[in-house]
Unconditional design. Structure first.
Length: 194
């Protein structure tokens, strides 16, 4: 193999100088080693910088790849579950392909649970939990789960028990939470370096 590489070096360089050949061989070896190295183990922590590409009610009403999204018969699709800091208490919004039908489900005092009837989550992305502990609002987390019978359940966990305003505008449900009773301290999380 080294002999073939040496002959290739002679063809490329047009020279038989040993030092030039050795330099090219070392470069080839280093390149081959780098391309066959084991990939680094990736962590589940994803850090993304740049503009937010998701839904922003009133500004960006469709996320990339969801412009042509339509209901499937009588089944509405839940196309986005989001969080905004538009109020001191925080806002949770749910976007569907048609005006949603929903019920408020009895739950724990520090939770608000909505069940959307005749609905399905559009993709697994909508079922990813939202960790909102990095924001100084009463909303701790938001999770959407698909349930049997074409029902989608959205559970909002709160740090403090406060009131909220629930309103429906077009294909959106908005839950605007009241300001916290006590100040909420947000601990700065430092990213893990592996």
């Amino acid at each position: 193999m080294i002999e073939r590489a040496s002959k290739r070096c002679d063809l490329i360089l047009g020279s038989t100088e040993k030092s030039m050949r050795l330099a090219v061989l070392i470069s080839l070896f280093l390149f081959a080693s780098a391309t066959h190295a084991e990939p680094e183990k990736s962590s589940n922590n994803v850090t993304r910088t740049g503009p937010y590409l998701g839904v922003q009610p009133g500004m960006i009403d469709r996320a990339p790849g969801k412009v042509k999204l339509r209901s499937k018969g009588a089944i509405r699709l839940v196309s986005w579950v989001g969080f905004q800091m538009t109020t001191p208490g925080g806002r949770v919004f749910i976007q569907t392909t048609e005006p949603p039908a929903y019920d408020i489900v009895p739950s724990e005092p520090n939770e608000v649970v909505l069940e959307l009837t005749n609905s399905r989550l559009h993709s697994r992305n909508e079922s990813r939990p939202l960790d909102t502990t990095g924001f100084p609002t009463v909303v701790e987390s938001v999770a959407a789960k698909q349930r049997k019978g074409n029902k989608t359940r959205v559970t909002i966990k709160l740090r403090q028990i406060v009131g909220y305003d629930l309103k429906q505008e077009g294909n959106y449900l908005f839950l605007d939470f009241r300001p916290p009773i006590r100040p909420i301290r947000v601990e700065k999380k430092t990213p893990k370096v592996d």
